[in-house]
Each structure stands twice: as structure tokens, then as C-alpha cells.
Design a protein around this ligand. Structure first.
Ligand code: ADP
Length: 210
């Protein structure tokens, strides 16, 4: 199973991919998580990309492509992987095509209004990365993590200005990938919205990839 999960920021790619990784027994590779891990650990790469992530812009292709090339060459990717957040540009997709052959490209579609509502209400536990939503998936006690009791934070790029910028970037740079992959016969469509539970979306994904 070599799959790419496409969709606008906030479509729920990460949530679906986390379930899919157990189901298909392949690693879930999120470029956003890899960058955030490097930022948190103050690595050289982390220092290079910190400001870019905070603004909601894209990390340069050469940096991102090299990071993914190394990651998918690791032994746990032998039987496949789920790529979440990569490729995000046509040059990234072309580089990926040189590295490996994909089985599926999931397009997780959602309306812009729903995305804005989702992202602006998203909160995260800073140490575990556990995700909440103030309306759709609130913590038991307002503002704190259910298990660790830590104060929840809002990702810098979930603030309103950055959300707008991320959506513009998505429309300009990433949406063209849907056509790119459709022409290759790889696109599997799943429509999602704020009334669907993660389990329901996951069922649709399994059907679409069957
Ligand atoms: P979301 O899907 O919620 O927008 P991610 O966690 O996938 O967020 O990515 C967060 C940020 O990491 C992006 O806004 C961008 O700055 C950077 N990033 C992630 N993947 C890529 C990529 N493939 N190319 C360039 N930048 C990326």
C-alpha cells in the first residue's frame, strides 16, 4: 500500500491516516509532523523551517523532497507508506514519481467554510500532540488535556491570518495535484464534512481504496 492523502488543510488527513496506518500496517508519514518534530527538538532543519511554518507558507521543495526521500528509504517503508501532506506541489509530485510508484491518491474533499471552522477551533496538547476541537471534540475540562492535564495550545498556523494564507497556498499550489493524479488514474475521492465522525470517514476511505 503506497498511498498519498491529499486534501486542504483541516480536511482530516492526519486523523484518517493515523487509523489507516494500523489498518494497512504501513507507516504514516506526515511532513507537517516531521517538521514540527524538528522544530521542537531545535535541529538544524527545525531552525530553517520554524518561521515558514508559523506563517503558513510552504517549506522550499528541495528541503522537503530530501526529507521525504530519506524517510521512505527507511526499512519500515518496504511494504509501503501513507504520505500525509506530501506532495504539496507539482515539483514534489514529480520528485516522488522518480522515487517510487504509487497505488492510490486519496482526495479528501471538504468545503472551505467547514475548513475554517475546523482549523480555528482546533487545539492541541503541546507534549502529546493530541488534537481537540472546542466544538466538535472538546476536552472534558475546558482548555486542558484529558490525560496529562496540561493547558491546550493553538498552533501558530491555526490563527486566522495563517489559515487564510494556508488556504490560498493550497488552492494555488496543491489543488493542481488532483488533476495531475487524475490523469494518471490514481485519484480516489472521499467527501467529508463536519457532521461526519472520524470512524465514518475512515470507512469511506477503506471502501475508496479497496
Ligand atoms: P495542515 O495539513 O494542517 O496544513 P501540516 O501539518 O500538513 O498541516 O503542515 C504544516 C506546515 O508544514 C505547512 O503549512 C508547511 O509550512 C509545512 N509543510 C508540510 N508539508 C509540506 C510540504 N510537502 N511542502 C512544503 N511545506 C510543507
Amino acid at each position: 500500500m503506497k498511498a498519498v492523502f491529499l486534501g486542504p488543510p483541516g480536511a482530516g488527513k492526519g486523523t484518517v491516516a493515523a487509523k489507516a496506518k494500523d489498518y494497512y500496517k504501513v507507516p504514516h508519514i506526515s511532513t507537517g509532523d516531521l517538521f514540527r518534530y524538528n522544530i521542537k527538538n531545535e535541529t538544524e532543519l527545525g531552525k530553517q523551517v520554524k518561521e515558514i511554518l508559523a506563517s503558513g507558507g510552504l517549506v522550499p521543495d528541495n528541503i522537503t523532497i530530501e526529507m521525504v526521500r530519506r524517510r521512505i528509504a527507511e526499512p519500515d517503508c518496504k511494504n509501503g507508506f501513507i504520505l500525509d501532506g506530501f506532495p504539496r506541489t507539482i515539483p514534489q509530485a514529480e520528485a516522488l514519481a522518480e522515487m517510487t510508484e504509487l497505488d492510490h491518491v486519496l482526495n479528501l474533499a471538504i468545503s472551505t467554510e467547514e475548513v475554517v471552522e475546523r482549523l480555528s477551533g482546533r487545539r492541541m496538547c503541546p507534549s502529546t500532540g493530541r488534537i481537540y476541537h472546542i466544538k466538535f471534540n472538546p476536552p472534558k475540562v475546558d482548555g486542558v488535556d484529558d490525560e496529562t492535564g496540561e493547558a491546550l495550545i493553538q498552533r501558530d498556523d491555526d490563527k486566522e491570518e495563517a489559515i487564510k494564507h494556508r488556504l490560498d497556498v493550497y488552492n494555488a499550489q496543491t489543488e493542481p495535484l488532483i488533476d495531475y493524479y487524475r490523469k494518471k488514474g490514481l485519484i480516489r475521492e472521499v467527501k467529508t464534512d463536519n457532521s461526519k465522525k472520524p470512524e465514518e470517514v475512515f470507512e469511506l476511505v477503506v471502501k475508496a481504496l479497496a
